[in-house]
Design a protein around this ligand. Structure first.
Ligand SMILES: NC(=O)c1ccc[n+]([C@@H]2O[C@H](COP(=O)([O-])OP(=O)(O)OC[C@H]3O[C@@H](n4cnc5c(N)ncnc54)[C@H](OP(=O)(O)O)[C@@H]3O)[C@@H](O)[C@H]2O)c1
Length: 217
């Protein structure tokens, strides 16, 4: 894997681009308004990065990150991402994204929605529970005691292994929450969503997580 395509160049997308460049990857990053609006970011990222359209970023990426407001997930180009590992960082905020009935009634999860939109992509949930700023301030070398851990979920074991390696390179331990459908255990408002946790702590948080319907009286 040499090139990471990034769809979404906001707080998370730009931070992941910084980490990817630092780790030696080529980055092709995109947003909704067009590559010309990303010149400042690309200048900061240096020669390993370029801006493109979402379809071009998807085509160029050996692995593609989708990091947009959830309401935009249907606009993600399908064909350029076919067969590829796709990292989904997205969270559901009804006040931002509008109400999505399948998420409100918990018959699916955010990552499963994206996976249904990208039927041949290997979607792995990751980076959805860490504040964007912490991505470049809290990473530590592998083996550091009490290293921060990040959660992944996904149905393709080989894809998860690739994402695990990437997250380790970015400076974090990895805890596997299981299949994509169990990604809800690290969704907004669960115990592990947001705070700094090492691997042991976040395993406890995953076990203690409750669905929204369970917490409503
Ligand atoms: N911020 C955090 O700390 C954080 C942490 C974990 C997870 N997340 C989740 O990760 C996702 C991204 O969050 P963020 O904070 O980085 O968002 P953000 O700062 O609002 O940036 C969103 C990016 O998505 C782009 N975008 C929107 N619609 C698009 C489309 N149809 N095609 C291509 N790009 C599109 C935007 O481009 P334009 O500006 O050109 O419209 C922008 O670059 C969200 O689902 C969020 O809930 C955020």
């Amino acid at each position: 894997m040499t090139t990471i395509g990034i769809i979404g160049a906001g707080m998370i997308g730009s931070q992941l681009a910084r980490l990817a460049v630092k780790c030696g990857y080529q980055v092709v990053i995109s947003n909704s308004r067009g590559p010309e609006t990303l010149s400042t970011l690309v200048a900061e990222l240096g020669p390993k990065a370029r801006a493109a359209t979402p379809a071009e970023a998807g085509t160029a990426g050996d692995l593609v990150v989708v990091t947009v407001p959830l309401k935009a997930y249907r606009a993600i180009p399908v064909e350029p991402l076919a067969g590829k590992i796709v990292i989904d960082t997205n969270n559901y905020y009804p006040q931002r994204d509008g109400h999505i009935p399948e998420l409100d009634n918990e018959s699916t999860t955010t990552a499963e929605l994206l996976a249904a939109h990208l039927p041949t992509s290997k979607v792995v949930k990751a980076f959805n529970h860490i504040h964007a700023a912490s991505l470049t301030t809290e990473g530590q070398p592998a083996g550091t005691k009490n290293r921060r851990a990040l959660v992944i979920a996904g149905d393709d074991e080989a894809a998860k292994a690739t994402v695990r390696t990437l997250i380790d390179q970015f400076g974090f331990d990895v805890v596997d929450a299981g299949p994509l459908k169990d990604g809800w255990r690290i969704q907004r408002d669960t115990p592990g969503f947001g705070p700094r946790r090492n691997a042991e702590e976040i395993r406890r948080d995953l076990a203690a997580a409750k669905r929204y319907n369970e917490t409503r009286s």
